[in-house]
Design a protein around this ligand. Structure first.
Ligand code: TXA
Ligand code: MG
Length: 340
């Protein structure tokens, strides 16, 4: 299959392809999504095939307006309404009880559906011109999500119908949306995946929420029942073995500079870069979470280009805090929870 590269002036063509059951990679404010008409099972199946995604991993459904919600969810609890009012459109995905219009192909066999309304205008325009869209991240399953057209094509060229290309665009947030499960009104809502909408922001609107322990702990969930099937798979990982270092700058620099530069690389902060003598890439200033989030997945791909066996990534203490939790979670999983 030849993958068409459609400029942002050609979203009518992208919408036509989607209406006809094709799959198209589309930009969003978080990461690129690989979209299909959410009501067309055969189209959604193509997404699983192209990404090599396990069938039981459900897909987020993307809507462009509040009215869309009525068709696909059977109930909107009060706390959910408050979150919607505050955070939509934006990088917050909410789990609802689904209606029959959402097939098991989309929901991975669950009776729930994950929904979000993207804040990037062009994404909503594409939805308006085509259909409500099912869209996971536009990458091979297990790899870092793609944040620009080049990365989408590295993973999916020849297996998808088209990709929408905005000149010089890179997804502004850089990591996937926050996912919250709030559909049981009798239990405390659970944060399933941290992202740009933080736990503290959510709690300021609806009160206490829990966080799924697997966000920061290596619980073997391959054989357990999981609330979010995505949590049980290795995720966001470069091909290079990644090991986390919590050392202060000077200790980290001393350590990486003692390593064999033919086999090892460093993924560090901008300030560390000029002191390091082994192949290295930085993922932003030490104190800027937003730039780190924007850069992280691109930095993972750049590390792979260095072709070293092992990469030591430096993180700082404040990663574990509220604002840094999304990045910390992606790094933990990319490193399979390995620390030096
Ligand atoms: O920012 C994002 O969310 C991007 C863009 C494209 O919107 N999408 C994305 O989709 O990251 P994906 O499929 O890569 O991640 C969806 C996550 C998975 O961990 C999946 O298991 C979880 O959401 N999920 C989807 N439906 C669910 C459901 N009904 N219950 C629990 N978790 C669900
Ligand atoms: Mg994904």
């Amino acid at each position: 299959m030849k993958t068409l590269i459609l400029s942002d002036k050609k979203i009518d063509v992208a919408a036509e392809i989607l209406k006809e059951g094709g799959i198209v990679a589309i930009p969003t404010e978080t990461v690129y999504g690989l979209a299909a008409d959410a009501f067309n099972k055969d189209a959604v199946k193509k997404i699983f095939k192209s990404k090599n995604r396990p069938n039981d991993n459900p897909i987020i459904v993307h809507i462009s307006k509040y009215k869309d919600l009525e068709k696909i969810v059977s109930n909107v609890p009060e706390k959910t309404s408050k979150l919607i009012e505050k955070f939509w459109p934006g990088p917050l995905t909410i789990i609802f009880k689904k209606t029959d219009l959402i097939s098991n192909v989309v929901s991975g066999g669950l009776d729930t559906v994950a929904v979000r309304m993207p804040s990037l205008k062009i994404t909503r325009q594409i939805i308006d011109k085509s259909s409500i869209l099912a869209a996971p991240s536009a990458n091979i399953s297990g790899k870092p999500s793609a944040v620009n057209v080049k990365q989408v094509l590295e993973d999916l060229d020849g297996t998808i119908d088209a990709v929408v290309d905005i000149p010089n665009f890179s997804c502004n947030i850089g990591i996937e949306s926050t996912v919250i499960d709030i559909n049981d009104e009798n239990t405390t809502p659970v944060l399933l995946r941290p992202g740009a909408v933080t736990r503290a922001q959510i709690e300021s609107i609806i009160g206490k929420i829990d966080i799924d322990p697997r966000i920061i702990k290596n619980v073997d969930s391959q054989h357990s029942v999981v609330s979010s099937p995505g949590l049980k798979y290795k995720h966001y990982a470069p091909d290079t073995e990644l090991i986390i270092s919590e050392s202060e700058r000077s200790d980290y620099i001393k350590f990486v500079n003692s390593l064999d530069r033919n086999k090892n690389s460093a993924l560090c902060f901008d300030e560390d870069l000029r002191h390091i003598n082994i192949p290295c890439v930085s993922y932003g200033p030490e104190n800027d979470i937003n730039i780190q989030s924007f850069r992280l997945y691109t930095a993972f791909r750049e590390i792979d280009d260095l072709k070293t066996k092992t990469c030591y990534i430096r993180i700082n203490k404040f990663k574990k805090n509220n604002d840094g939790l999304g990045i910390y979670n992606r790094i933990l999983r990319a490193a399979s929870f390995k620390f030096s």
